[in-house]
Design a binder for this molecule. Structure first.
Ligand code: ZN
Ligand code: ZN
Length: 171
């Protein structure tokens, strides 16, 4: 899906979104300037903005010093490009940054503040992936440790039992 040129309505608050032209990448981003401050990314657009070193000054400038409407982030949102229901996904290991994704066209919607939060939590995509991996590793690792502990305990019990047998047989 290419950069949309039509005006779209915000999937969170329904207001018309404003096209913000990002010079550096030559693309338009849809920002909900008159409503909730959300940012809508077409398929692949996000890649250019998700790392902390990537420049979002132009984006920051337009949302700076503005107050935005609060929205109910738990509601299911409908993709303004293709009309499919969007799916809530965590982009943080702690699960505290939930964005809306359209699996049909690949669009992503960030509520106001979520993009900067994600970027500051993991400066690069590599860091984010690493964090997910180590979290998974920790969970699996803990389970393995538990199993091992159980095994050791069984072994300890077994050796006690063997010693007891020893005593009975060789006394
Ligand atoms: Zn909005
Ligand atoms: Zn869509």
């Amino acid at each position: 899906m290419n950069d949309t040129t039509e005006i779209i309505n915000c999937p969170a608050c329904g207001k018309e979104m404003t096209k913000i032209f990002i010079n550096e990448h030559g693309i338009n981003l849809d920002v909900c300037l008159d409503g909730c401050g959300g940012i809508f990314f077409d398929n692949r657009e996000l890649k250019k903005f998700d790392e902390n070193s990537e420049n979002i000054d132009e984006l920051k400038q337009v949302v700076n010093n503005k107050t935005f409407e609060k929205t109910d982030e738990s509601l299911t949102r409908v993709c303004p490009v293709c009309g499919n229901n969007m799916v809530k996904n965590s982009v943080s290991v702690k699960g505290d940054i939930i964005i809306d994704e359209c699996y049909n066209c690949g669009a992503k919607f960030f509520d106001h503040g979520e993009l900067t939060k994600m970027r500051s939590e993991y400066p690069t995509e590599q860091d984010r992936r690493q964090a997910f991996l180590s979290e998974t590793y920790n969970e699996v690792g803990a389970k393995i440790d538990q199993l091992e502990l159980k095994n050791n305990m069984n072994r300890a019990k077994r050796s006690k039992f063997l010693k007891m047998l020893d005593r009975i047989i060789f006394q």
